[in-house]
Design a protein around this ligand. Sequence first.
Ligand SMILES: Cc1ncc(COP(=O)(O)O)c(C=O)c1O
Length: 383
Amino acid sequence: MSEIYLDYNATTPVLPEVLEAMLPFYREGFGNPSSSHATGRRAQQAVDLAREQVAALLHCAPSEVVFTSCATESNNAAIKGVAAALARKGNHIITTKAEHPSVLYPALHLEKAGYRVTCLEVDDEGMFDPADLEKTITPETILISVMLANNETGTIFPVGAVGEIAARHGVYLHCDAVQAVGKIAVDCRELQAGLVSLSGHKLYAPKGVGALVVRQGIRLQPLLHGGGQEKNRRSGTENVAGIVALGQASAIALGSGAAEAARVRELRDRLERGILEAISGVRRNGHPTRRLGNTLSLTFSGLPSDSLVGALDRLGIAVSSGSACSSGALKSAAADGCTQEAHLRFSLGRFSTGADVDTVLDILPGLVESLRCEAGGDRGACR
Ligand SMILES: Cc1ncc(COP(=O)(O)O)c(C=O)c1O
């Protein structure tokens, strides 16, 4: 059976146009952008164009785009870089429990080094109230880091409102926009975020490239010191082909991202309705309305965790078991009893079709029934 891929939040395939754009930079366009000869200058021009394409998608200036190796690097660079640059101003950082480990672990690392970290809990819809966040700001606060959209549940955080609060208090805001870019409009100005992270492989570019937007005036110590590339903000010879790919993927997202998101949302909604109608004991995770249109996080009662993901995998359907509760994307109370439940995250994308949805809706009800039957121990009664 050919594989049905419904795990786009984990990674996306490289679009054919993106691959076409990047390949010349492994061949005749192999130059080092720092070289002053024609081969180097051509590589530099390609990087410059990509910078403009990324900036156009995120509504910032090209000079504010710093290319990195992945969003994990971007998040580390933002959090540790601000902490180092503003160490004299204060030592308090605010974030949420729903953040990706590439935000939480740098924050924990800083906590061990003497910084104070406030980690806001989210409610059982995976949301938090910006007013609660504001109450935790002190004169020592130097950075707020909140994601735009959650990777497990798709819940979209009110980052614009947090941006207003941050601006009012003179605190930097970093936003991990990895899961949002290409799925919803991401406008750095509206978010009022001084720092924004994104990742190539979530946007139909390859793995190994990312970016950090550093708005003008933001003080940041670099993570990597060396040859002074990226205007001293990120040393290391540029991954030219990867950067070209990220630029091309950004241009495609800008051109057709909104139409594609609407198509994918319809598919996701049909999948969601179909599952909730056909199968009992299923709970949808995340916010009912403020949620990415491609993501469907579900919890199935009466099944061992991970049982469904493995069973679907054996049938050629790739989904994630990403547990919304253990990842902190939902309130701790909602996580009680998580191990007696199975979690599924469907995340759809550009190559998802109505036929994919039909296949899942055909297979899943029977599969859940037989797995529940086995889990209940009454194998004789199982069909
Ligand atoms: C919300 C979020 N932030 C950061 C990352 C890390 O991205 P990368 O794989 O580019 O390091 C991911 C990857 O899953 C993510 O979902």
